[in-house]
Design a protein around this ligand. Structure first.
Ligand SMILES: Nc1nc2c(ncn2[C@@H]2O[C@H](COP(=O)(O)OP(=O)(O)OP(=O)(O)O)[C@@H](O)[C@H]2O)c(=O)[nH]1
Ligand SMILES: [Mg+2]
Ligand SMILES: [Zn+2]
Length: 303
C-alpha cells in the first residue's frame, strides 16, 4: 500500500511524456505527468500517486537534482537528458568514424556537472580503425582521462568497463551505431536491448535506441542507455566555465597571468604556452575554442 502523500519513486525510462517508475518496494509501474510544467527524466526522484481505476500512476513532483546532463538546442534553450548521475561513459568507435569534437563536448559536460567521465573506444576487433585511433586515445590518457578499449562482440575490455561503472549511476552516450546498447547487453545479460547494424552505404548508425532507459548492472550500479546523436553541445550558462570542461586546460590555467584569462590572445597565458610546446594537444585546444565561441554566441542570443 502506498501512503496518501505519494511514493518516492525513481524514473527508469522515458517515452516522451510517459514514464516507467520504480517504486520504493521495487515494483515497476507506468506513469504520466501531472500538468505541463514538470519534465522528469531518467534518474529523477519523483513523488507519484496511484490513480483510482487506472493502471497508471501520476507524477506530481520532481525532487531537486544533484546534477543534470543538459544539451544546448539551437534556439539558445536547453533540454535535460538525464539527472543525478555519477559518471558519463562516452563511447566512440572506428565505424562510424569517431567525431572527437563530440567526444570532447561530452567529456566537458561531465566535468561541468561534477560527474566522472570515461572514454570507451569500442569495436577494437576492427584492427585498422583501432590503429588509426591510437594516437588520439593516447592523448586523452595523457590529458588525464580514463580510456577503456572494448569489443562488445567478443567481450574484451568488458571486465574493465564493469569495474569502472561498479556501484555508480552512469549514462552511456555517443554517436549512433558505436555500440552503446551492445555494450550494455554485454554488461547485463538480462538487458535485452535492441541493437541494429549500421547502414552499409553511409557507415552511420540507424538511431536504433529511441528512448532513455536505466538498466541495473549485476554487480551493483545502474546505467542509462541513451539514443545516439549526430552532434552534442552541453548547455553552459557562463562562457567563463567552458575551460573547466577540459581537464588539462583547466589545470594549466592556474598559471595564467590573469584570473579571467580566456586563453585566446591574452599575454602571459599558460594554456597557449602549453599548446605551443605540445603539452596540450592542439586539437583539444581547438575544441575548447570552438565550445567557447559557441557558448559566447548562445549567451549573447539569450539577452
Ligand atoms: N565489429 C563490432 N561491431 C560491434 C561491436 N559492438 C557493437 N557492434 C555492432 O554495431 C552495431 C550498432 O550497435 P548498437 O549497440 O545498436 O549501437 P548504439 O550505439 O546503441 O546505436 P544507437 O542506439 O543508434 O545510438 C550493431 O550491428 C552491433 O552489432 C564491436 O565491438 N565490434
Ligand atoms: Mg542503442
Ligand atoms: Zn590563459
Amino acid at each position: 500500500m502506498s501512503d496518501p502523500r505519494g511514493d518516492d519513486a525513481l524514473i527508469i525510462a522515458t517515452f516522451s511524456r510517459r514514464m516507467h517508475l520504480r517504486l520504493e518496494d521495487g515494483a515497476v509501474v507506468n506513469a504520466r505527468i501531472k500538468g505541463k510544467k514538470l519534465r522528469p527524466v531518467c534518474g529523477d526522484r519523483v513523488t507519484a500517486v496511484p490513480l483510482d481505476a487506472e493502471e497508471d500512476w501520476l507524477i506530481t513532483a520532481v525532487a531537486p537534482r544533484v546534477n543534470e546532463l543538459s544539451r544546448q538546442n539551437t534556439r539558445g534553450g536547453h533540454e535535460v537528458l538525464a539527472a543525478n548521475l555519477d559518471c558519463l561513459a562516452v563511447v566512440a568507435a572506428g565505424v562510424p568514424a569517431a567525431d572527437w569534437f563530440v567526444v570532447d563536448r561530452y567529456l566537458a559536460a561531465a566535468a561541468l556537472m561534477n560527474a566522472s567521465a570515461l572514454l570507451v573506444f569500442n569495436k577494437i576487433d576492427l584492427v585498422d580503425e583501432l590503429t588509426a585511433a591510437k594516437p588520439a586515445l593516447c592523448r586523452y590518457s595523457q590529458a588525464g582521462y580514463e580510456v577503456i578499449e572494448t569489443c562488445a562482440d567478443d567481450g574484451r575490455g568488458i571486465a574493465a568497463l564493469r569495474r569502472a561503472l561498479d556501484g555508480k549511476t552512469s549514462i552511456i552516450v555517443g554517436q549512433s551505431g558505436v555500440g552503446k546498447s551492445s555494450l550494455i547487453n554485454r554488461l547485463s545479460s538480462a538487458a535485452g536491448l535492441r541493437t541494429a547494424e549500421i547502414s552499409n552505404a553511409r557507415k552511420e548508425g540507424r538511431h536504433t535506441t529511441v528512448n532513455s532507459q536505466m538498466i541495473d548492472l549485476p554487480g551493483g550500479g545502474t546505467i542509462v542507455d541513451s539514443p545516439g546523436v549526430r552532434d552534442f553541445a552541453p548547455y553552459i550558462e557562463e562562457p567563463a566555465s567552458v575551460a573547466r570542461g577540459f581537464i588539462e586546460i583547466d589545470a594549466a590555467a592556474k598559471d595564467c597571468r590573469f584570473g579571467n584569462c580566456r586563453h585566446l590572445r591574452e599575454p602571459g597565458c599558460a594554456v597557449k604556452r602549453a599548446v605551443e610546446r605540445a603539452a596540450i594537444d592542439e586539437r583539444r585546444y581547438e575544441s575548447y575554442r570552438r565550445l567557447l565561441a559557441l557558448t559566447e554566441k548562445l549567451t549573447q542570443d539569450r539577452f
